[in-house]
Design a protein around this ligand. Structure first.
Ligand code: GDP
Ligand code: MG
Length: 374
C-alpha cells in the first residue's frame, strides 16, 4: 500500500545534520525555530522566510518549493524544517520535489520532547502526543496513496485505515492507563540528584530568552573539574561554583517555553519540565529587550505553567536578560511594571557578562535560605 505510519524515528538527528528552515520573516519566529532546530541536534544551513506559510500543495508556495529545491541542493541539507503543521501529503510532495526529508514544526517539537523526556511519565506523555500527531496524518496518508495509486477505488484504503486506527486507539488507551500508574511512582533522577547533596537550580523561560547563553557562561566560568560527576549528569546539567569554590550548585538548562504549542503537546511539554518541581531555585529568564507587552504575555504564561507544576513563587528569581539592548528610559519601566514588581529580579546581559556577579550572589542567598514551607 505504501502507507507508512510507523513510529516516529526519535532523536535521529545527529549534531552534524544540516538543515534548511522555512519560517515567517519576523525576528521572533526566526530566532525561535533556529533554536528549536539546534535543540533537536541540527546545524542550521539556511533560513528561508515566507510571509504566509500557506496551505497549498507543498505547504509552502510553489515558487518557494522550487527555490528550496535549489537551496538544499547547493548547501547539502538533508532535511527541511517547515515552521508550520503540514499534512502528510504536503510533506510527501515537498520531500519528493526537494529530495530532502521534511520535518514540520510539530514533528520537530515532538522530537525535542522525546530527547528531553527522562522520566517514565514524560516518555509516556511524549508517546501519547506522537499518537495524536499521527492520527490525522494516518488518515491523510491513506487518502494520498489511494488517490495516487488506485483512483476511484478506496475500499482497500479504508480497510487499512480502520486497522491502523484501531491499533492507534488501542495503544493510546494502554498509555493512558500506564500514565495513571506512573503518576504515583518516584522520580528516579530526583533521588539520584538528592544524593549529590547540592542545591538544584533550573533555568526556565521562553526559547531565545538567553538560557543557554547564560548556562554556558556560568558553566565555563566556574571551571568546575569533576570529570566523574560530569559523566553521571546529562549534557544540560552542570556543576557550577558560585563566588567561592566551596558553594556549588547543579545548574540545568531546559528546552524552554515554545510559542504556538498545540494543545495536544501541552501535557508532554509540562512533563519534560518536571524537574522544575524539584528545583531549589528557578531562574526565570525574560528577554527584557522585547516590547513590554510581549514580555508580559510570555511571563504570564511561564508563571501559569510554573504554578501548575507547583513551583513556589518565592523560589523564582526573575532574570531580566539582554539589558545591553535597552535604553535607559526603558530600563526604568521594566522594574515599575506590576507584573515584574512582585518578584525578586536581577538584570543581566548574558552575552556581555554584565550583572553576573550580582546574579551569583543572589543565587547563593536564595539557595542558602531555608526552603519555604507550603
Ligand atoms: P535560549 O533559547 O533561551 O537558550 O536562548 P539562547 O541562549 O540560545 O539565546 C538566544 C539568542 O539571544 C542568541 O542569539 C543569543 O546570542 C542572544 N542573547 C542571549 N543573551 C543575550 C544578551 O544578553 N544580549 C543580547 N543582545 N543577546 C543575547
Ligand atoms: Mg537553549
Amino acid at each position: 500500500m505504501g502507507v507508512k505510519v510507523g513510529r516516529i524515528d526519535m532523536g535521529n538527528a545527529g549534531p552534524a545534520d544540516k538543515v534548511t528552515i522555512v519560517t515567517y520573516p519576523d525576528e521572533f519566529s526566526k530566532g525561535e525555530i533556529a533554536e528549536l532546530a539546534r535543540a533537536a541536534g541540527y546545524t542550521v544551513q539556511a533560513l528561508v522566510t515566507q510571509r504566509r506559510v500557506v496551505k497549498s500543495e507543498y505547504g509552502v508556495g510553489v515558487g518557494k518549493a522550487q527555490e528550496l529545491q535549489q537551496i538544499v541542493e547547493d548547501n547539502g541539507s538533508k532535511t527541511i524544517i517547515v515552521d508550520e503543521a503540514l499534512t502528510s501529503s504536503q510533506a510527501n510532495r515537498l520531500a519528493t520535489l526537494t529530495h530532502a526529508e521534511v520535518v514540520d514544526r510539530e514533528r520537530l517539537i515532538l522530537n525535542i520532547f522525546a530527547r528531553r523526556a527522562k522520566t517514565t511519565e514524560a516518555k509516556l506523555q511524549v508517546e501519547l502526543a506522537e499518537l495524536r500527531y499521527e492520527m490525522p496524518r494516518a488518515k491523510d496518508a491513506v487518502r494520498y496513496s489511494v488517490q495516487g495509486e488506485r483512483a476511484g477505488f478506496s475500499g482497500m484504503g479504508e480497510t487499512a485505515m480502520d486497522v491502523k486506527f484501531r491499533a492507534l486507539k488501542r495503544r493510546m488507551a494502554a498509555i493512558k492507563e500506564k500514565l495513571e500508574d506512573s503518576r504515583t511512582t518516584r522520580q528516579l533522577h530526583t533521588a539520584e540528584r538528592r544524593k549529590l547533596g547540592m542545591p538544584f537550580v533550573s533555568l526556565a523561560g521562553y526559547t531565545s530568552s538567553g538560557k543557554t547563553t547564560l548556562f554556558n557562561r556560568l558553566a565555563s566560568e566556574s571551571k568546575e573539574e569533576s570529570p566523574n560527576l560530569f559523566t553521571t549528569l546529562t549534557t544540560t546539567t552542570r556543576v557550577v561554583s558560585l563566588s567561592d569554590a566551596r558553594m556549588k550548585v547543579l545548574l540545568s538548562d531546559t528546552v524552554g517555553f515554545i510559542s504556538r504549542l498545540p494543545t495536544y503537546l501541552v501535557e508532554s511539554f509540562k512533563s519534560t519540565l518536571d524537574e522544575l518541581r524539584y528545583a531549589d531555585l528557578v531562574l526565570l529568564m525574560v528577554d527584557a529587550s522585547e516590547s513590554a507587552d510581549s514580555a508580559r504575555v510570555k511571563l504570564g504564561s511561564c508563571l501559569d505553567v510554573l504554578g501548575q507544576l507547583d513551583v513556589d513563587p518565592r523560589r523564582v528569581l526573575l532574570v531580566l536578560n539582554k539589558m545591553d539592548l535597552l535604553t535607559e528610559a526603558r530600563n526604568e519601566k521594566i522594574e515599575e511594571d506590576p507584573h515584574f514588581r512582585d518578584f525578586q529580579s536581577v538584570r543581566i546581559s548574558a552575552v556581555r557578562g554584565d550583572g553576573l556577579h550580582k546574579l551569583r550572589s543572589r543565587i547563593l542567598e536564595l539557595v542558602r535560605a531555608p526552603r519555604p514551607q507550603p
